[in-house]
Design a protein around this ligand. Structure first.
Ligand SMILES: [Zn+2]
Length: 334
């Protein structure tokens, strides 16, 4: 869940782009019908797969897919520009985890991500004393851009995990869709929220960043600053992986390295190797440029152009058009 301040990526409902294209088409047809006095058949929405792929934003095409593609699991492309073949779902309940926001159908990922979440849930539970963890979004069944607020999470290697302990009972589907994640950051975006911040959160973040398959852990800068204050002098390797980013006041975003079985997965440039506690680097995140839009979010004057299927790696077209992989778990989920 990126914040509203991630303006270039935030605008939901690019369905609208497809809608406008069709409406405009219909209007042109009506005008020419009047001009020639010869009624033309009404313009129909594009029905062939090929036409839809050209006209509709990729987020709509991928968002429609309820099941993963048939075939072996492969992460394709770059974290914010790619897709996922042969996705696997994370069971919505485990001994030490529960998946939130089930209606979004985003509990899919590359098997390395599913394995990570299951392993991390047990480790984090032990490190924090929590009953378990609450898991937010992974990827859509076939990855790709999504209809709401994620720029990344496209190749099945990103997961959001809440800063709240799992309760001692199984949450209802409704609870999972409505319970809000609590923020660890105060309303001024400069201080921790003393009502919610606990030392267990340090253990939670540290446990995630220590795992070898983890490439980065994104947290709000206020949290990173606190980690620097508490842990920064000890030169821990894991601290380098924990990086500040917009939002992330109520969850960590964990990104895994490209798995060996995915040659077309593009690696992110490695972190700098420092612990990220340099004052100059941290201060940027407390500048007006970053804080002002977080405090007063605004919509951009011109919406960013949505990604189209042609903007993604060519293999994503194959993934989109592939038959469904039927999974026994998926049918129970909704
Ligand atoms: Zn995320």
């Amino acid at each position: 869940m990126l914040p509203r301040t991630m303006i270039p990526f935030f605008l939901p409902c690019m369905l609208a782009a497809g809608f406008f294209a069709l409406t405009e088409h219909a209007a042109v047809a009506q005008t020419s019908a009047k001009a020639t006095l010869a009624p033309l058949p009404p313009s129909k929405p594009p029905t062939t797969e090929q036409a839809r792929e050209k006209i509709l934003p990729a987020k709509q095409l991928f968002g429609e897919k309820q099941l993963p593609s048939l075939g072996k699991a492969v992460a394709i492309g770059y974290y914010p520009r790619g897709c996922l073949a042969g996705g696997v779902d994370l069971p919505v309940n485990g001994p030490t985890w529960q998946v939130m926001r089930l209606s979004r159908n985003r509990n899919w990922g590359h098997p390395s991500l599913i394995n990570f979440v299951e392993r991390f849930a047990a480790l984090a539970s032990k490190a924090t004393g929590w009953q378990g963890i609450l898991v937010g979004d992974l990827a859509q069944p076939r990855g790709g851009p999504s209809v709401s607020d994620h720029a990344s999470h496209q190749i099945g290697l990103d997961v959001d995990i809440w800063f709240m302990p799992m309760p001692d009972h199984v949450l209802s589907k409704e609870d999972r869709d409505t319970i809000a994640a609590s923020s660890l950051v105060a309303a001024d975006w400069k201080h921790l929220n003393p009502q919610t911040w606990t030392s267990q959160h340090i253990a939670f973040i540290k446990t995630a960043a220590e795992q070898p398959e983890v490439e980065r852990v994104l947290v709000n800068a206020v949290i990173k600053k606190e980690l620097c204050r508490v842990e920064g002098k000890q030169d821990h390797g894991w601290m380098a992986k924990v990086r500040p980013w917009y939002g992330h006041q109520d969850h960590i975003h964990v990104r895994l390295r490209c798995p060996a079985d995915s040659p077309n997965c593009r690696a992110q440039p490695p972190v700098s190797g420092t612990d990220g506690c340099d004052a100059k680097e941290l201060n940027y995140w407390f500048s007006d440029k970053v804080l002002a839009p977080q405090i007063h979010p605004t919509k951009p004057a011109t919406p960013p152009k949505p990604l189209m299927l042609a903007d993604l790696p060519p293999a994503c077209k194959t993934v989109l058009e592939a038959p469904d992989k039927k999974t026994s778990v998926a049918t129970d989920r909704h």
